[in-house]
Design a protein around this ligand. Structure first.
Ligand SMILES: [Zn+2]
Length: 200
């Protein structure tokens, strides 16, 4: 395997952070670091489970936003095109009224990720129910739903850079649907006070 820097997912971040991620990928340290910070894959395995997960978050933070007509994982969304999630307004004719339907589709790559990353992308897509553009109000809403939003987005983008370089998911779901026992891995505990993740 030849690690290859992939700055696409990190475009817009300060150069020193991008350099740091690329360095961690090149020295095979990013994967272990992410696994220490996020040891487990979530258990949202089906579209139905994803629907319930999204509705729970929406009910907690955005009860008055428009109702969602559909929530699903989508294998056609390619993260390479930066389409991590997709919020769509589909106009459907109902009798004589034109009714807008809101859908949330989440890229398949999020099936095999820690719950924190899934939450981040769902929060992002939910925020679009209220704010179309990625402006200040949009990110304030994201942080309202998930105070650690910015850190999670950065960690996710670092992971996607790693995934592009190695092609190996860090949290692969097994074919039989059961989760790999990451808890059985010897995960070193950082010494309290002497360690902080390098801006990840
Ligand atoms: Zn967006």
């Amino acid at each position: 395997m030849k690690p290859r820097p992939s700055p696409n997912y990190l475009a817009g971040y300060p150069t020193h952070l991008i350099d740091q991620v690329q360095q961690l990928i090149a020295t095979d340290k990013l994967g272990p670091g992410l696994l220490r910070k996020y040891p487990r894959c979530h258990e949202v395995r089906t579209d139905r489970a994803l629907y319930d997960y999204v509705q729970e978050l929406k009910g907690r933070h955005l009860r008055n936003a428009e109702a969602l007509s559909k929530v699903a994982f989508d294998g056609k969304l390619h993260v390479l095109h930066k389409a991590l999630g997709l919020h769509t307004t589909v106009a459907r004719v109902q009798g004589v009224r034109l009714k807008a339907k809101r859908e949330i589709r989440i890229a398949n790559v999020f099936r095999e990720m820690p719950e924190e990353f899934l939450r981040m992308i769902v929060v992002h897509e939910l925020a679009h129910l209220k704010e179309r553009e990625h402006g200040k109000a949009f990110y304030q809403l994201c942080q309202h739903m998930e105070p650690d939003y910015h850190q999670l987005e950065f960690d996710l983008r670092a992971y996607l850079s790693l995934l592009e370089a190695t092609g190996k998911p860090l949290w692969p779901a097994r074919q039989d649907g059961k989760l790999r026992a990451f808890s059985a891995l010897p995960i070193p505990v950082p010494h309290a006070g002497s360690h902080s993740d390098p801006d990840l």
